[in-house]
Design a protein around this ligand. Structure first.
Ligand SMILES: Cc1cc2nc3c(=O)[nH]c(=O)nc-3n(C[C@H](O)[C@H](O)[C@H](O)COP(=O)(O)O)c2cc1C
Length: 342
């Protein structure tokens, strides 16, 4: 294969390199995988309204996330079990980017407390609380493959808490493991509880409706990640880029709204920002690049997305993130209900 020119090209390389069980685990979505396809296709239905004859000789992509300055509004989403992709696993990914922490809330609140303390001691700056996984979605490839962690790997965060092992099961080993450990009673009061045990800001990951966006604001969340878990949970939810504006409008600017799901191009990043996102997260391309080239691959993914995003800004006539606004894009909704904007 010649030079890699976009982040999607890592997928084919990863497919060749990885055992089928690992590749299928990373790649798959829930059930019919309608949402998986839609996460990409919805981006392709959003068009640009570029402005011309603007001096774009200097472009500033810097921004802040919860008070921390970052070089561009593109971050890495939490994806589990990266050591199946490459022996350096999460270390390589973290080295290639500044890491963000994630936890899943376990049935035993004492376990959660221990994880939070560990995250604080390790210098994590925020906690992303995943709220779309009271049960694991049906990923049929994992069921067919009887997915189970390779014997040389454990879930390191839960070792010593005696939760690190995943046993062979009759369906997806992960589904059985999660069924045993994840707390199905998780509710908004637990978001408050989590705040009571840590001063770290909490990002609620997995909101896709205005109703829940308002509840997140009222529960004291520091931010929202509009996410459908990479289409791995409930199939037939809308693409995240289609749900973004509803969530942004509901929060009324009180907390930042981020997005993940199907971001593969700099143009996707621009579209998300134009529709009100403060930044985006990338999931699968990072894992596939890790499988293909380790840390260098992840660096390359971030570099390609950065370069594409910068070019999109230049060609749209934007020199800073603040200049990217709603008038730079035309959504399907806009085309159905044309409104004079000027
Ligand atoms: C292999 C894999 C594992 C994931 N594991 C987790 C996880 O443990 N916790 C979580 O909140 N989200 C997890 N996600 C979801 C990602 O954080 C993110 O929402 C999603 O991958 C973004 O979509 P994209 O892959 O299309 O970029 C996982 C996604 C993948 C592909």
């Amino acid at each position: 294969m010649g030079e890699i020119t976009n982040v999607m090209e890592y997928q084919a390389i990863a497919k060749q390199k990885l055992p089928k069980m690992a590749y299928d685990y990373y790649n798959s979505g829930a059930e019919d995988e309608w949402t998986l396809k839609e996460n990409r296709e919805a981006f392709s239905r959003i068009l640009f309204r570029p402005r011309i004859l603007i001096d774009v000789s200097k472009i500033d992509m810097t921004t802040t996330v919860l008070g921390f300055k970052i070089s561009m509004p593109i971050m890495i989403a939490p994806t589990a079990m990266q050591k199946m992709a490459h022996p350096d696993g999460e270390y390589a990914t973290a080295r290639a980017a500044s890491a963000a922490g994630t936890i899943m809330v376990y049935k035993d609140r004492k376990v959660v407390e221990q994880l939070v303390r560990r995250a604080e001691r390790a210098g994590f700056k925020a906690i992303a609380l995943t709220v779309d996984t009271p049960r694991l979605g049906r990923r049929e490839a994992d069921i067919k493959n009887r997915f189970v962690l390779p014997p040389f790997l454990t879930l390191k965060n839960f070792e010593g808490l005696d939760l690190g092992k995943m046993d062979q099961a009759n369906d997806s080993g992960l589904a059985s493991y999660v069924a045993g450990q994840i707390d199905r009673t998780l509710s908004w009061k637990d978001v408050k509880w989590l705040q009571s045990i840590t001063t770290l800001p909490i990002l609620v990951k997995g909101v896709i409706t205005a109703e829940d966006a308002r509840l997140a604001v009222h529960s004291g969340a520091a931010g929202i990640i509009v996410s459908n878990h990479g289409a791995r949970q409930l199939d037939y939810v809308p693409a995240t880029i289609s749900a973004l504006e509803e969530v942004v409008n509901a929060t009324q600017g009180r907390i930042p709204v981020y997005l993940d799901g199907g971001v593969r191009r700099g143009t996707d990043v621009f579209k998300a920002l134009a529709l009100g996102a403060a930044g985006v997260f990338v999931g699968r391309p990072v894992v596939f690049a890790l499988a293909a080239e380790g840390e260098a691959g992840v660096r390359n993914v971030l570099r390609m997305l950065r370069d594409e995003f910068e070019l999109t800004m230049a060609l749209s006539g934007c020199t800073s993130l603040a200049e990217i606004n709603r008038s730079h894009v035309l959504t399907e909704g806009d085309r159905l209900r044309p409104k004079p904007r000027l």
